[in-house]
Design a protein around this ligand. Sequence first.
Ligand code: TMP
Length: 205
Amino acid sequence: MDLKGKLITFEGSEGSGKSTQAALVLEYLKEKKLPAMLLREPGGVKISEAIRNILLDVDNAGMGDECETLLYMAARAQLVKEVLIPALETGKIVLCDRFLDSTIAYQGYGNGVDIATIKQMGKFAVKGVIPDLTLLFDLETQKGLSRTNAHKDRIELRSLEYHNHVRQGYLALAKQEPGRIKLIRVDAPKEIIFERVKTCIDGIL
Ligand code: TMP
């Protein structure tokens, strides 16, 4: 595959502000007249948005870990095939709010699903697409959760312990892949965080 574009992913636990930063980066790249687009996971295309609704619906409390993992991968596979690869082939800079690292953190470290299995499934779903840069937004779990809105979805409703495992999982991933994953501490107003983000983005453009 000849992927001329770049993939930048935004990761982090609940309430980390990654979606706000992704939107700011989109604006920044558009101001520079660069061909940028923003996608989100799970979702981004019709089929994947439908899967998102199933995944986040609080009525689906009985969903097993295997089903949950497969559905996140299914949503991803469709987005990758329908939009992500075609966009990268035409040279776009694709910003993606969450990607495969989310499944490793939430279903792997959070739920205890075997990480080697997730990576194997990931290869099938993303066809070898690896982000050029991943920004990991990190803050104390409790602080993040208190920033989420009152209507919590099926994942947000999980225990503080679960979300702590997710955070630790992300930090472990950042240690394993320091070249790709840049850790951004969320300890300042969003304008200051954005300055740090811009430094990372400029580094790969
Ligand atoms: P969002 O709140 O960032 O839109 O993400 C939706 C929820 O789905 C969030 O609680 C994280 C969760 N999630 C996973 O558990 N595994 C995944 O692979 C992805 C992409 C998201």
